[in-house]
Design a protein around this ligand. Sequence first.
Ligand SMILES: Cc1cc2nc3c(=O)[nH]c(=O)nc-3n(C[C@H](O)[C@H](O)[C@H](O)COP(=O)(O)O)c2cc1C
Ligand code: SF4
Length: 506
Amino acid sequence: MITVYVPGDAVAVACGADEVVAALLATGIELTIIRNGSRGMHWLEPLVEVTTSEGRIGYGPVSAGDVAGLVAAGLFEGGEHPLRIGRPEQHPFIASQQRMTFARCGIVDPASMDDYIAHGGGFGLERARALEPTQRIDLVKASGLRGRGGAGFPTGIKWDTVALADSPRKYIVCNADEGDSGTFADRMIMEGDPFELVEGMIIAALCVGADYGYVYIRSEYPHAIRAMEIAIEGARRRGWLGSEFDMEVRVGAGAYVCGEETALLESIEGKRGQVRAKPPLPAHKGLFGMPTVINNVLSLTAVPHIFADGPEVYAAVGLGRSRGTMPVQLAGNCRHPGLYETPFGITLGELVNDIGGGTASGRPVYAVQVGGPLGAYFPPKLFDTPFDYEAFTKAGGLIGHGGITVFDDTVDMAGMARFAFEFCAAESCGKCTPCRIGATRGVETMDKIIAGDRPEANLELIADLAETMKFGSLCALGGFTPYPVMSAITHFPEHFNRRALALAAE
Ligand SMILES: Cc1cc2nc3c(=O)[nH]c(=O)nc-3n(C[C@H](O)[C@H](O)[C@H](O)COP(=O)(O)O)c2cc1C
Ligand code: SF4
């Protein structure tokens, strides 16, 4: 039987993967078609792979119209064709990565627990079960794992707080809201290797003594929701879930603020997604008032590897206090967009130019925004900044969830600064004044600057407003909006003064 892999990942589907499957079936040839996850080379999607005597051979990007020609060229034997890329794992984009979290993504059948186990899944859980509860958390601490949702808080310390809390019930909540622009790592791993998240959550539950878990996924991620539901059911059938610990998927409506951990908890509780004041921390009083671990998908999916390989393997890579690997997401006007998992320490320039290949438009890279809509804009002169939480903070930015959005020299940076305020105004939960009112005043003031109305005085006003929002907001939505605004003004000042821009254009 011929086995063909056609990703069921949302990016591949958006690029026509379902039509490719239909065209393959229409050939009448007997095939086993596996809907795998994406390898993360998005410019090659749909990346079709066939199992041959040489290993899996990839072709991409394949459209339904290419199928007849591919079959005629000997697709099922790995035949030569202009779309043939050879063995995907030997492609420089993949071969230069150090994949831990994404090691199985794009390789395994995400619906098959047998395949997961055949590729090393479950070993971390086995090791965790063999340890005492305190040894388990010590192991997470020793790995140096920091939360990948944005704040980079040490995961072991968070888990310790929940473990030490005295309560009849504790919860594990996975934050899969992934609202940041230009990010897709959570979605990709849930679609490509969902059992890894299930395993990570079970290990978290063992560590802190929780008996129930939720994966909170936005409704815009229907493929991830389906993949997680299939995996949870599979894990239940296998006896991994159901007795000591069980879990379910909760679908969010897709409000950016519902990614903020306390708003997310409100949403799971069936209330409007509004931020809670801290303290109490969710680790003390979280979901339904009980001690709750809330972690990003990438934090939880790193955990099975940390247990399986040992914390020292994880801690051995990275830079400074940023240990392990980061699944970096390259997006926007990028020639080679996709998922690139690499140890911390790689520079921004290497990621954008060497890995991402610069812009898709072929024009010069002018700016990149790192860390989603609340992240700073970096000019090429800062491209020597290493990917590291502390280095980014020092450079006036943040890593956030590891998304990099590339812009060429046609970008309007004043428009981008205005957009940051507009985004904040639209997504604000309305609980605190600096964000609720400040964002709207920010849009109005930016409009004046763009119209050339007293730019110097209005820029001073923006700087003042940014200070108020940064230090007066209850959560990072209002508190971090100044990052994109002020970085755009600092690094691209000519965009905020129409006269200077006109002179520069002459
Ligand atoms: C407005 C806002 C949106 C956020 N969105 C997300 C998100 O989509 N996913 C996520 O994991 N964390 C998000 N966070 C961070 C969470 O509040 C929280 O820090 C995180 O889930 C903790 O998990 P970690 O320690 O594994 O990073 C957001 C924070 C803010 C202020
Ligand atoms: S900063 Fe904005 S989103 Fe956060 S609590 Fe205040 S109003 Fe709500």
